[in-house]
Design a protein. Structure first.
Length: 327
């Protein structure tokens, strides 16, 4: 979440006339995240989140995001539920940009996670994968193996070498080497389905030490299920100094497997998928670090932590014999 498009009170009041969710009381921007503009809304009937989709989001993908939240909410998975307007539509335009309102979830994200919290994240993700098993919409993951090489080229062509070297000398060469390795051994037969693709701590809310909801489905897509788990490994299984935490890793895997059993092949490829996930977030953070306008109301995330994570996973995956066949 972030704020790229600024709004005033009158614009919000006028926009709320399209809905039957009560009279305006207050609103404020939400600065966490990097992709879209988000606002907390309070009305006489409750609390909501207003999202304005910015230019990086393909407007053709928005129905997918709306439909998956409707689908999961309908199966009692704790996530935002899109709000319909008085004309039975979910998608609107605000400041000439696509916009939606979704329900507000109680709770807040944690900065200090226990092993139990991480176990619950794993079981929650597995539950999400099972409950979306019959979801029929399709969206390709533009930030998976097919899109990384172009992102490497974009970083190389648009970010000055001096800027890259200040972050880490020869970082793009290291990323390219990792990409070549992942592309060579990328698994093509692992189970696929709906994935959240961004289940970071700031997108998981807790209330009374229980998960009260998962938010921000705007990277979600159809991809390898274990890749979703690999993203979570990077997000939840390192300590504040970016040192890998084996206990949290075991808690995450055990939690996931308590709901959906991982196959031998999924476990075998998990180091490579974790390496790939680290590379993906290193690339996008590197790109955003340089390209996000300085006057934007958004808290940027440093790419440096993902250099450490990429190197950790690379050492593990380099020891795997990916030439053998695992079923």
């Amino acid at each position: 979440m972030a704020v790229y498009t600024e709004l005033n009170e009158k614009q919000i009041i006028d926009f709320l006339k399209l809905y039957n969710i009560g009279k305006f009381i207050s609103f404020h921007g939400i600065t966490e995240g990097i992709e879209n503009s988000n606002f907390y809304l309070k009305t006489s009937k409750g609390e909501y989140i207003l999202t304005i989709f910015e230019k990086r989001v393909d407007q053709n993908d928005i129905p997918f995001f709306i439909n998956i939240m409707k689908h999961l909410s309908g199966k009692n998975f704790l996530c935002p539920s899109p709000i319909i307007d008085t004309k039975q539509k979910y998608l609107q335009r605000l400041q000439d940009k696509p916009a939606i309102i979704v329900s507000f979830l109680s709770g807040k994200s944690k900065t200090q996670m226990t092993d139990k919290d991480v176990f619950n994240v794993g079981s929650n993700m597995a539950s999400m994968h099972l409950k979306s098993d019959d979801f029929i919409d399709k969206r390709r993951n533009s930030l998976s193996i097919s899109g990384w090489n172009q992102l490497i080229i974009s970083c190389s062509e648009t970010i000055p070498t001096g800027t890259l070297n200040k972050i880490e000398p020869h970082i793009l060469k290291e990323i390219q080497h990792s990409f070549d390795f992942c592309k060579k051994y990328w698994p093509k037969v692992l189970p696929q389905g709906f994935i959240h693709a961004d289940m970071f701590p700031d997108n998981v809310f807790f209330y009374d030490d229980k998960i009260s909801g998962v938010i921000d489905f705007y990277f979600s897509c159809i991809d390898i299920l274990a890749y979703d788990l690999a993203i979570a490994i990077n997000a939840w299984c390192f300590d504040d100094n970016f040192v890998f935490n084996d206990k949290k890793f075991n808690s995450l895997i055990t939690g996931y497997s308590s709901i959906r059993k991982l196959s031998k092949a999924e476990l075998f490829y998990l180091p490579l998928l974790s390496q790939a996930a680290a590379m993906r977030f290193l690339l996008t953070r590197l790109y955003d670090w340089f390209h996000t306008p300085k006057n934007t109301n958004v808290i940027l995330k440093s790419p440096k932590e993902y250099i450490t994570k990429l190197r950790y996973h690379s050492k593990i995956s380099n020891n795997q014999n990916y030439n053998q066949s695992i079923k």
